[in-house]
Write a protein that binds this ligand. Structure first.
Ligand code: F6R
Length: 612
């Protein structure tokens, strides 16, 4: 949600800021802006409603703004509609302080009223402008920018990552963070701040992750970090080890398609280092055998697609561990007074590692004495750093708003953890363990086979793209997978879609099935295939058009009843969703393509949801 960037160095800032914002546009894209400072022209601000392209055209690729110090922002509106005035940067009343913000200032109304009483006039409806004005107020008091920032941070409540420049400090960029991501980038020709490493990777791989409460002062040659008492802090620097091409389209028309196609490799990278001599080895975590044996409850907590991974894992873990596993939406978990104690393992799943609800749920679990294990894709993200244990999905950067490779790598990693725990509990037979592990190693190859037939899915999409309501039905793992298939479709194609447990149809939903309604019937879970077939017959009898998904061994049977059939290779039942979801991702992609949707940046969405 919102991307911020800042640069101070020996090169023109505006083109660098625009380039960085382009790489972070997936974080928000309803308006964008930059502010640059130069000796001769002072603070220059350009901001506009609309995509980054509008801003780039308006500034001639940044050439219109002169200066080597600047900040930039791409917005996902929270307070105030997306328009030119509400776009960032926000400038204080005397025009000398400019600020970009990602997050939400919760007490902004009260601060705004206080400043208004002192005579300050506001231009925008945003919470962020209040901070710019408050900064001016405190700067006028103490005439020291670092001190003024410290005073402001003590007065504001909520979440923030700030980039700040001040006309009186021609060589300094100031940053601060709490509960919104912010990294520091150490470059040869200058230094950076950004919401995400993708924004700076072209210029430097040398980064540090800011912690909550920290303030940073950057010049072209130095980066000084302070805690909330303004005491200097030593930062640990890390090297980003993925290539810049990982965050580029590489010849594909959309990031989403590129990321779908990258899945076999992403899965290989996620599982290979963790399977040694026929055993799951998770050296990265510290769950002792005694702790696992003593466990009384397991929660899986996440949002959106990550929650859908939790749904699949609940079925799989309960089969493997013979222990109850509860899956809870993070936004519910944090407020439901969950039954967590020291014998509770809370597994947190998040691609970004920054989702606010998920982070808050994790903190609640820790507060109640539970142990947290995070499954995260973004290295160094807040959830990864705060969890008791973390396991990374090595999917690489995921840019498309709709998740694909992060979802499938989360699935396989959760299966690995399930096996690992089951092994410690002695709840899985050796033979079963060996078969699952061996099948898992064949997943990349089998997934590649599915991807090789993507044109078939494109054909089905061209047949069905103009339906206005689509149902996904399935049982057990097929139901959990259908939830993801349905979300993928609705979020990028804007077609209304629901996922139902097939057995529930006759308890209400079947009244919606009429002549021509498209039903995507999922029959890939072998043990319940016959039941899936009965449901196909049931909806067909009410006039539904059925697009079925099954496994190769059941293709013939399914073809006899369904109107169209997609078949994927057979694997162990618990791994089947990892293969089955791929045609569903492709179906959503091609339907959205046919409908002319903006696939990588669907309306109203953003990649990283750092607000509640
Ligand atoms: C859907 C999608 C979202 C995310 C959700 C959680 O395609 O990407 O539903 O899964 O916002 O995000 P993370 O996993 O970053 O916590």
């Amino acid at each position: 949600m919102c991307g911020i960037i800042g640069f101070v160095g020996r090169e023109q800032a505006a083109p660098i800021l625009l380039d960085g914002l382009e790489r972070m546009e997936y974080r928000g894209y309803d308006s964008a802006g930059i502010a640059v400072r130069s000796e001769t022209k002072g603070l220059q601000v350009k901001k506009t409603k609309g995509r980054l392209k509008v801003l780039a055209d308006l500034t001639h690729g940044g050439a219109d703004l002169e200066g080597t110090l600047g900040i930039g922002h791409t917005r996902w509106a929270t307070h105030g509609e997306p328009n030119d005035v509400n776009a960032h940067p926000h400038v204080s009343e005397n025009g000398r302080i400019a600020l970009v913000h990602n997050g939400i200032i919760e007490n902004y109304m009260e601060l705004k009223e206080h400043l208004q009483k002192l005579g300050v006039t506001f231009k925008s409806d945003t919470d962020s402008e209040v901070v710019a004005q408050l900064l001016e107020y405190h700067y006028n008091e103490c005439h020291n920018m670092l001190e003024a920032v410290g005073r402001v941070l003590r007065r504001i409540e909520g979440s923030y990552a700030f980039g700040i420049i001040c006309a009186d400090y021609p060589n300094a960029l100031i940053a601060a963070r709490k509960d919104s991501p912010l990294i520091l980038g150490y470059g040869r020709n200058g230094n950076f701040i950004a919401s995400d490493v993708t924004a700076v990777i072209k210029y430097t791989r040398d980064v540090a992750y800011m912690d909550d409460g920290e303030i940073a002062v950057l010049t072209a040659d130095s980066v000084d970090v302070f805690d909330d008492e303004l005491v200097p802090v030593e930062k640990k620097r890390s090297t980003v080890n993925w290539d810049v091409s990982a965050a580029e389209k590489g010849g594909y028309p959309h990031f989403m398609l590129k990321e779908v196609m990258e899945q076999p490799e992403a899965i290989r990278k996620t599982i290979s280092p963790r399977i040694k001599n026929g055993r799951v080895v998770l050296d990265e975590i510290s769950l002792t055998e005694d702790y696992v044996r003593e466990l009384s409850r397991i929660f899986i907590v996440a949002c959106g697609s990550s929650y859908h991974v939790g749904m699949v894992s609940k079925y799989n873990w309960e089969k493997l561990l013979r222990r109850p596993v509860e899956v809870v939406l993070a936004s519910e978990f944090r407020y439901c007074d969950p039954l967590v104690d020291e014998k509770t393992l809370v597994v947190i799943i998040s691609q970004s590692g920054e989702t606010l609800d998920t982070m808050a749920a994790m903190r609640e679990a820790k507060r109640l004495g539970g142990r947290t294990l995070a499954i995260v894709n973004v290295v160094g993200s807040s959830i990864a750093r705060e969890a008791d244990d973390v396991l990374y999905t090595w999917a690489g950067p995921e840019i498309a708003v709709a998740t694909t490779k992060a979802y499938t790598t989360q699935l396989v990693l959760m299966d690995l953890v399930g096996l690992y725990l089951a092994d410690r509990l002695g709840s899985v037979e050796q033979k079963e363990y060996d078969v699952i592990l061996s099948e898992m190693q064949q997943l990349p190859e089998k997934m590649q086979q599915v991807l090789c037939h993507k044109e078939n899915i494109q054909y089905f999409a061209s047949r069905y793209f103009n339906h206005d309501s689509i149902f996904f039905i399935g049982r057990n793992l097929d139901y959990a997978m259908g939830m993801e298939g349905s979300l993928k479709l609705k979020e990028i194609s804007y077609i209304h879609s629901e996922a139902y447990a097939s057995g529930e149809l006759k308890h209400g939903t079947i009244s919606l099935i009429e002549q021509g309604t498209l039903v995507v019937a999922l029959g890939s879970y072998g043990p319940l295939f016959d039941k899936a077939m009965s449901n196909v017959v049931e909806v067909k009898a009410r006039g539904a058009e059925v697009l079925a998904l099954t496994t190769e061994n059941f293709r013939e049977k399914m073809e006899k009843t369904a109107d169209a059939t997609i078949a994927v290779p057979v694997t162990h039942p618990i791994l089947q969703p990892s293969l089955g979801v791929v045609p569903l991702q492709l179906f959503a992609y091609y339907v959205a393509l046919q409908r002319g949707c903006d696939i990588d940046k669907p309306r109203n969405l953003a990649k990283s949801v750092t607000v509640e």
